[in-house]
Design a protein. Sequence first.
Lengths: 168, 168
Amino acid sequence: MPVVQREVNRFQNFLQGQGLKLTGERASLVREIFSIHYHFDADELLFKMKEKSVKISRATIYRTLELLVKSGMVRRVHLGEDHYHYEHVSGNSHHDHLVCTTCGSVIEFHDPLLEARQIEICGRKRFTPTFHNLQILGVCDSCRRKGEQPDAPDRVKMIGLSAMQLRK
Amino acid sequence: MPVVQREVNRFQNFLQGQGLKLTGERASLVREIFSIHYHFDADELLFKMKEKSVKISRATIYRTLELLVKSGMVRRVHLGEDHYHYEHVSGNSHHDHLVCTTCGSVIEFHDPLLEARQIEICGRKRFTPTFHNLQILGVCDSCRRKGEQPDAPDRVKMIGLSAMQLRK
DNA sequence: ACGCAAATGAGACTCATTCTCATTTAGCAG
DNA sequence: CTGCTAAATGAGAATGAGTCTCATTTGCGT
Ligand SMILES: [Mn+2]
Ligand SMILES: [Mn+2]
Ligand SMILES: [Zn+2]
Ligand SMILES: [Zn+2]
């Protein structure tokens, strides 16, 4: 795993700069996270590590995710569910999300015009933005073709789609 | 309270249509909610009712909020914190939020161009949007002038600003 | 005023996340 | 290589928002 190992090194650099240590648990987590190419949650990570017989506690997973977010290697995102999701940041820059409330799939997009307009709005309100969070919920193309109706707005909450729920 | 009473009637209409009842608790809550002109959370509501010696349980508050959201009279919003906030919907339509991570103040805005651009993006992805959620976090004008620095992105979470935390 | 479906309150429960603390370990100095 | 010590870990307790249960109460149509 050469690509993934590079990320471990990146994390180690960050840790050293903070006087922190690279442990086996942290390295395993980084390798796992940079092998997942979608939006995952903490429980999914815990499950995958268990699958691979990598011994690691829930607390360490949360603690390491926090460090990875601080290092800028991982982003924590809201996808309309009541718990956080994460995604690794590898070169590809900022983007926002379209979330299908029927199947749970997530489409990423980046739109410079949208971003520019936000800056404009902030300027008008004399507001200095540091970051933003945009999710557009709705129905993806394949779900629409299957004739699925969007949930009533008040019921939208991606029921039963989280990784844990699927496997429980 | 003539204005507020109109909202109680609106809610009663909705309830009747659903075969549900207008109770004293529900009426009190509606009156309270339509007297609050900012973004509140469930605990704040519980506290305010206690202050006024209106006996009402936490469960009833959550249940009534759910009904109010269904009726369209209240919106549930994310403001970057890890619990929900609510706002009443009175005539004024959809808007998004600028949230100051220093003082917690919230600026509302509505921008047709921003909305239109989102529709465009969805069309391009063949995605049928039902609603969206946009928060821009940053520093408001008065905080900026006081020389407050924005929190590092990873630490942004409006520490100590929720109504409950302030009063605990 | 009656009857009963709907509503309520108290507190148990869930679930994500954080914390505590006793024990282990990474990494550095010698 | 060895010892030292601050940092890290795991187990499980704690927290906090939100939901649920069920015995009791109440709104409201008749
Ligand atoms: Mn993404
Ligand atoms: Mn608002
Ligand atoms: Zn879909
Ligand atoms: Zn401010």
